[in-house]
Design a protein around this ligand. Structure first.
Ligand SMILES: [Zn+2]
Length: 94
């Protein structure tokens, strides 16, 4: 791992990405290899209140921010907890 990558992209504009097209890391449905530095990982975060997957993410290594354009698809794959969160959000919105 190159040290000069750490925090390299922290001030760069947000990248619009499609989660399904990113390189998967391990067999996780969530973790992707960062498209900016190709070394760090995008882990996919959650909103703490609802546990709904967050469309915004940040590389753990270079700090590149991304926005998942297909977050709804990923939320659907998130299983019962993801679906519960979506229902909860919909109910909150009336
Ligand atoms: Zn990165």
């Amino acid at each position: 791992m190159k040290k000069d990558v750490v925090g390299l992209n922290i001030d760069k504009p947000i990248l619009d990405v499609i989660h399904a097209e990113l390189e998967r890391f391990s067999d996780s449905i969530y973790k992707s290899v960062c498209p900016a530095c190709k070394e760090g990982l995008l882990l996919v975060g959650r909103y703490p209140e609802t546990m709904l997957l967050n469309e915004y993410d940040r590389c753990v290594l270079c700090g590149q921010r991304v926005r998942y354009l297909d977050i709804d698809t990923l939320r659907g794959k998130d299983g019962p907890s993801g679906l519960r969160a979506i229902v909860k959000v919909r109910n909150q919105n009336g």
